[in-house]
Every structure is written in C-alpha cells, then in structure tokens.
Design a protein around this ligand. Structure first.
Ligand SMILES: *Cc1c(COP(=O)(O)O)cnc(C)c1O
Length: 484
C-alpha cells in the first residue's frame, strides 16, 4: 500500500475571499461566540480549485473513461439534460406550491407519463418510485391489490427465473409472496417445460427481465406470458434492460402487465454512487386505479385551456414516496426523450445492440461465450478457461483497471461460472470498443503466459488491491495529515 497522501496547503494569513468594505463601525464578537479550536485551512481560491479538481480527477467516471458495467447501462449522459435539470424553474420549484402555480412542472410530468406509457405499450404510469427496486415493489403491490380486490387470496406464488437480478426475488418476498425459481434452458430462455409444471391456481404472477441479464431476448416470450396468464397470474416486467428495446418492441405488446423503468439507466440520469434515480411503472388500464398517490391528470377549464393537477387514483395502494418523486430526474428523462424522438430512441437501441454484438464477436475466441447467439445490449463471457490457467475473473477485473477501463460486472448473472457481464452501450465509438477488446485479449494472453501479472493487479492505479468487503462496507474516506 502506498503511503496516504500528505498535503497541508494552509499558510497563515492566506485568504480565498474578499469582503466589501464595511460601512458600520467594527465591533468585537462577544467572547461566548468565539472559538479558538476551529482549525480552518487558510488557502487561496486557486489552492481550493486545484485541490478539488485534482480530487475529482481521481474519481473514475463515464465522463473520463469507458464503463462497460453490464446491467447498469452506464452510458454517457448528454449535458443538455443536465442543463435543463439545473434551470431555476426545475431546480427551485417547490412541491408544496399550489397546483395552479406550477402548471409547467405538472405538464412536464403529465407528458412524461404519456411518453413512458407509449414506450412501454401500457397506458397508465406512476412517476413516484425512486429506483428500479422501488418500482418493482410498487408494481408488485399493484398486482397484489388486483388479486385481493378479486378475492384471489390463495394466489401466493411468484415465479422468478434463475437469471434474475437479486432485487426480483427480494421484491416478491417483500410484497408477501413465496418465490419459486424457474431455470433457464440451454439457449438462455425461460425453460418452458419447467414453467408449465410450476404454474397453477396459486400463481400470482411472474417477474421477468426481457432481454434478460444474459443479454438475451427470450425467444418464447409470448408463450411464457400466455402460460402465466392462463393460470391467472400477471406478468411483471423488469425494465432495467429497456436500453435494448426502447423504440423497437413494447413490453405491453409482448404480454407484460406491469413494467418498471430505470430512468437512471435508460433515460439519462447519472448514476453509480447511490442516486437519486427514478423507477416509474407502467401498467394496464385495469390496474390504473391501484397506482400510488399521486398521479398527474388533466382537464380543460371553462376557457378550453388544459390544466394539470395531482390526483389520487381511486383504489390507490397509497403513498410510496413523498411529494412528486425525484422531479429533476423526471425532467432529465423528459428532455432526453423529447430530444431524441421516436426514431432517435430506436436508433439508440439499435446502436446499443450493434455495439454489444461487435464486442462479443471480437472477444469470443479469447474468452468463452456461453450462449453463442446474437445478443441484445449486453453479453456474458466466462473466465472459466483463464481460471484454469491461474487467473480468476476477479483478477481479470483488477487487471483491466490498469488499461484505464472500469471492470465489467463480475460473478453476475449467477448461472454462468466466472461470469463477466459486458454492456458497451450505444454511446461508445468503434475505436473505444476496439481498444477495450485489445486490452481484454492482452489479458487473455497474459493468463496463458504470466498469470501472476493478473493476480497481482492492479499495478497502475493510485491504490492497489483493496479488501473488497471492507472497501465497500467500511470505506476509508478520511483526510489525514500524517501517515496512519
Ligand atoms: C439495476 C437493476 C435493477 C434495480 O434497479 P435499481 O434502480 O438499482 O434499484 C433491477 N433489475 C435489473 C435487471 C437491474 O439491472
């Protein structure tokens, strides 16, 4: 481990501010308000700027480097969306203001509801949930409210594939359901035979990500939906992978009844670091009355102008979040969708798919590609061969940092041994993909000839190998003036 950075920039008397000359006579600060123990640094404006800019450059970010973190859709977020989110009318709008004074903001939310409904192919939308997992819970509570309203109290099982993101079974359990796992078949689809044997009169529904976390579009999706529907269950769509199909296929048309979006993945809100994000849900019309409180509705006033207001749906499951949800995230998504339009969104999805297939083709002889069929926006490699040579997937992830890349998602999905889930996204160009592929191929060669170079990586980063658990659970973020 290198020594902790020692930097003491303070010089007595140095200042970063200048106050206008006082027009009132000087007065002594009363004794009891004075503190002698305030050890503030005395630095100039330039010292402060350099300090923080340098610190910011030690962060890894999508604005500085390629970030192929599968399932997370870490694509570039166009700055125009940030500009809109930082406008005074967005930034300073107060959710306790009467509806009549914030018609513009309500209109943005109303129109966003409509745009997301169109993209999902499901007519009713709630913008309330604050994240994907929160959207899942909200959606499952809507499904539960539907069953309860019909007296379907014996329907207590939710089917979840073995490729699912961990939030899916967790959500089903939190909503009070028993989780039943269905396996994936040899092509990475839901195993239809097993699904048929699992559904029954106790099936409340199924939670499915499509394309799934293997980056594969389920080839039998309509049959999967039909099977669950025939048993009386509802189909919950995890829309975290909407980056692959937005503008091409609509989950509602495929057979899903409820879908969540991750606006912070597909629709241009920066993420990583824990939020804020937004996980709106879209549902079929017969589920609309269960949506959380409030939704934005519109009516024409006596002069024929549309007015917008916050409304509580008739049989609402209640509040899932305070006030308007994460409005700045909604404003970014609205800008992004309007900026691209239907054709632009479709073209983004097509480029996401093209980039993933291109990268998979460059890497599939260097690493095992378990499901060798055209992928959607991401694909899974296995480091099983390299593990036999002495370098585990974890080591490969450390080594790729030496080349200036963020590691891909590793050890997920769980059903592929030594998995690496790679999602290049549509915002990267061919040169970046070529360079990343070359780095990955170099590592595959090192695994054959000098695996210790991989197992001792990273060599080029400011800090070397950290303890993964404590680095995440007990991060050491303290500034120290002396070596610990
Ligand atoms: C990211 C993700 C989620 C959870 O979304 P959050 O916004 O992180 O809560 C759920 N499912 C899949 C497939 C995901 O990739």
């Amino acid at each position: 481990m290198p020594e902790p950075l020692i930097f003491e920039l303070s010089v007595e008397g140095r200042r970063a501010f200048s106050l206008p000359r006082s027009e009132t006579p000087d007065a002594e600060l009363p004794e009891e308000l004075r503190r002698a123990d305030l050890d503030l640094p005395e630095v100039s404006e330039l010292d402060v700027i350099r300090h923080y800019v340098r610190l910011s450059q030690e962060n890894f970010s999508i604005d500085t480097n390629f970030y192929p973190l599968g399932s997370c859709t870490m694509k570039y977020n166009p700055k125009v969306n940030e500009e809109v989110a930082s406008q005074r009318g967005v930034r300073r709008v107060h959710p306790y203001t009467p509806d009549s004074e914030v018609q513009g903001a309500l209109q943005v939310m109303y129109e966003l509801q409509g745009l997301l409904a169109e993209i999902a192919g499901l007519p009713a939308v709630s913008l309330q949930p604050a994240a994907g997992a929160h959207g899942e819970l909200t959606g499952m509570l809507v499904i539960r409210a539907h069953h309860l309203s019909r007296g379907d109290t014996g329907w207590h099982k939710v089917i979840v594939p073995d490729s699912a993101h961990g939030t899916n079974p967790a959500t089903a359990a939190m909503a009070g359901y028993e989780v039943v796992t269905v396996r994936s078949d040899a092509r990475g689809n839901v195993d239809l035979g097993q699904l048929r044997s699992l559904v029954g009169p106790d099936t409340a529904g199924m939670m499915l990500t499509n394309p799934n976390t293997l980056g594969l579009f389920d080839e039998n999706i309509e049959e999967v939906c039909r099977t669950v529907h025939e048993a009386g269950g509802l189909m919950y769509g995890d829309g975290a992978n909407m980056n692959a199909i937005t503008g091409i296929a609509r989950p509602g048309d495929l057979g899903f009844d409820v879908l969540h979006f991750n606006l912070h993945k597909t629709f241009s809100t920066p993420h990583g670091g824990g939020g804020p994000g937004a996980g709106p849900i879209a549902v079929r019309d017969y589920l609309a009355s269960y949506l959380p409180d409030p939704v934005v509705t519109t009516a024409d006033d006596e002069d024929g102008f549309s007015t917008y207001r916050l409304t509580t749906p008739g049989a609402s499951i209640g509040k899932v979040r305070s006030l308007w949800g994460n409005y700045a995230v909604l404003a970014r998504a609205y800008t992004y969708i309007r900026h691209h339009g239907a054709e632009g969104l479709r073209s983004n999805s097509e480029h996401a798919i093209l980039n993933a297939n291109y990268l998979a083709a460059l890497l599939k002889d260097a690493y095992e590609l378990r499901y060798d069929r055209p992928c959607m926006h991401e694909f899974v490699l296995s480091g099983a061969r390299q593990k036999k040579q002495g370098a585990r997937t974890l080591d490969i992830a450390k080594r790729i940092m030496d080349f200036g890349y963020h590691p891909p998602t590793i050890y997920f999905p769980l059903i592929v041994e030594e998995s690496m889930l790679i999602e290049p996204t549509e915002t990267e160009n061919k040169q970046t993909l070529d360079a990343f592929a070359e780095a990955m191929r170099t590592i595959a060669r090192e695994a054959q000839t000098e695996p210790e170079k991989i197992t001792s990586a990273p060599h080029e980063t400011d800090l070397r190998r950290l303890d993964e658990t404590t680095a995440a659970r007990r991060p050491d973020l303290a500034y120290r003036t002396t070596a610990a």
